[in-house]
Design a protein around this ligand. Sequence first.
Ligand SMILES: *[C@@H]1O[C@H](CO)[C@@H](O)[C@H](O)[C@H]1NC(C)=O
Length: 302
Amino acid sequence: MFLQNFYRLSILFLGLAILFNAVSKPLQSNVDTLFTGSARSPRILLLTAHPDDECLFFAPTLTVLLSQAIGHDTNKIPQVYSLCLSVGDADGLGDVRKEELGRSLNVLGVEEGKRWILDQPDLKDNITVYWSAESIANALRPFVIENDITTILTFDYEGISSHPNHQSLPHGVVHLINSLAKDSIQHSPRVFALITVPLIHKYVGPLSAALAKADVAFTALLQQFGNMPSNPIGAARVPVFVAGISEYRTALRAMLQHGSQLVWFRWLYVAFSRYMWVNEWLEIVPVTHTAAAGIPSPAFSI
Ligand SMILES: *[C@@H]1O[C@H](CO)[C@@H](O)[C@H](O)[C@H]1NC(C)=O
């Protein structure tokens, strides 16, 4: 009896230890995919719709990219910029939320002078409104050109939470890339969209961190021992960021700066959401852009 319980307990502790070990350290995979095509050091712009998007959805990418724990090629230390297109004033809290975003970006490590927030009549926080691609492109354009942005990160066409403001962003970015190509502005940035996962995977929090790491390790193993080419034709190399415990805590501290948003259900979100732990990216390649630039498409349209 005693021994049986002892074995059960040991197995439980072993399981917990493996899970803890799996989630404790950050991990990145295929992240150089975000940067390739440019000899310069990467200048990455995160484009969001509302203050707190940067914590609720993009924190694993920001914290791991900015983490000292991850070794970067010294020529390629990424510069990270943030542009939020609205002050999030659907509830009349725009002024407060603007301040909260500044404090959150302080915690996440995006430097002053590399972050902006807009408050325009054509880009208002509204859960029933799609923003026009042209308005987004016009708003985004000067920041991309002046800062020589090499990579834009934003929502995908499903927008993670199906908020129409989120869903509008990739359309706006594609609009901008096409107009930059038309004006023959060199070095159009590459665009990556945060992949919306099926609902069933969305709220398994730390478990998704462990699973994402297992997936990365398994793929690497297959490449090493199997005959799988490291970049098979037809398969995109998906950049993946997985937060460790320390990165997750940073994201939590950043979320705490958004005091006006900390209603009870948001606590459930930060406890269980996959996006507090794992970010996976898919490149969006505007068709006319690659045709105009005359370079072979390095990845796949979505
Ligand atoms: C959102 O947009 C709809 C439709 O244009 C409008 O009726 C509503 O008042 C707007 N809500 C807010 C909070 O501005």
